[in-house]
Design a protein. Structure first.
Length: 284
């Protein structure tokens, strides 16, 4: 049965006061207070009753509860131990939820998935702490965990960067990184008024559908190429790649770009993921 109270602002205030909880701004604590958005995140994540879910940052458990009603099992990782008595009160009676207290950037995710989520496959669903959005997504994708999709609330600007393609102003190394591993889409636009306390920025929910067959390439070199190419946005690709990151000199890099039919005078923001792959397969 659904417990509507978990996203009621008066209930949240009451329970947090009773447990003497103070919001920690530096932990990105902006809790959801709108049931439609909570349901919208879960609906758009495409989860079924057979699914195993990893949530990051349950807060008082608002999204966690909705997930538990629609999935087989939910593991939620929360850094703030002062939320423990609150979560015990809000979710203590739910048998398909495990709360793990720890830092999402440090806990052993492989072990958690093996021991508590049936070894996967897992869908990640979360209202992320915005101060570590990129490191969290980076970790989830780079570690090649058995994940199917990642549906997360992010700052609107980050959502725009994630889904943007070549030639647009928001296209960045983050877009290339995400597009290498996933097919991203924005599934919800979210106003700042649905959070307590209210953040300064609007938000978006992005769904990252993880690709099954990734190209068999040297990823370290690939991301080195991407990073170097975007390091100086106003400079040409040739100048960016010749700034000392690689062993080849400028003339050699120019020749190789011409050989693989990429204009050395182009800017990185016009290149597709496949172009960066081609460069990384040829550059030394
Ligand atoms: N899911 C809740 C909701 O939607 O109302 C809370 C979301 S709030 C934006 C982010 C949550 O992430 C907070 O509960 C915060 O304490 C937690 N958090 C912050 N840094 C974390 C970290 N490094 N590891 C795990 N949780 C973290």
């Amino acid at each position: 049965m659904e417990n509507k109270r978990l996203y009621s602002p008066s209930y949240i205030k009451e329970i947090l006061n009773r447990h003497d909880f103070r919001f920690t701004k530096s932990l990105g604590q902006n809790f959801l207070i709108d049931g439609n958005i909570v349901r919208g995140i879960v609906e758009n994540s495409g989860i079924t009753e057979e699914d195993y879910i990893l949530e990051i940052g349950p807060g008082i458990g608002t999204l966690t509860e909705e997930l538990s009603l629609n999935a087989k099992r939910v593991v939620a990782i929360e850094i703030d131990e002062s939320l423990e008595p609150v979560l015990e009160e809000t979710l203590g009676d739910k048998s398909n939820i495990d709360i793990v207290f720890g830092d999402i950037l440090k806990v052993d995710l492989k072990e958690i998935i093996d021991e508590k989520l049936n070894g996967g496959p897992v869908k990640v669903v979360a209202n992320l702490p915005y101060y570590i959005t990129t490191p969290i997504i980076g970790r989830l994708l780079e570690e090649e965990l058995p994940l199917e999709s990642i549906t997360v609330m992010v700052q609107k600007e980050v959502g725009d960067r994630i889904i943007s393609g070549p030639g647009t102003k928001d296209y960045s190394s983050l877009s290339v990184f995400i597009n290498f591993y996933t097919e991203p889409e924005i599934v919800l636009h979210v106003p700042k008024s649905v959070f307590m306390p209210q953040p300064r920025v609007d938000s978006a929910v992005v769904k990252l559908n993880i690709k099954k067959d990734l190209p068999d390439i040297d990823r370290v070199k690939f991301f080195k190429v991407v990073k170097a190419s975007f390091a100086m946005r106003r400079k040409t690709l040739l100048n960016c790649l010749s700034s000392g990151e690689f062993e080849m000199d400028k003339g050699e890099i120019k020749n190789l770009l011409e050989e693989i039919q990429i204009d050395p005078g182009i800017r990185a923001e016009r290149l597709k993921v496949e172009d960066f792959i081609k460069i990384s397969e040829n550059i030394e």
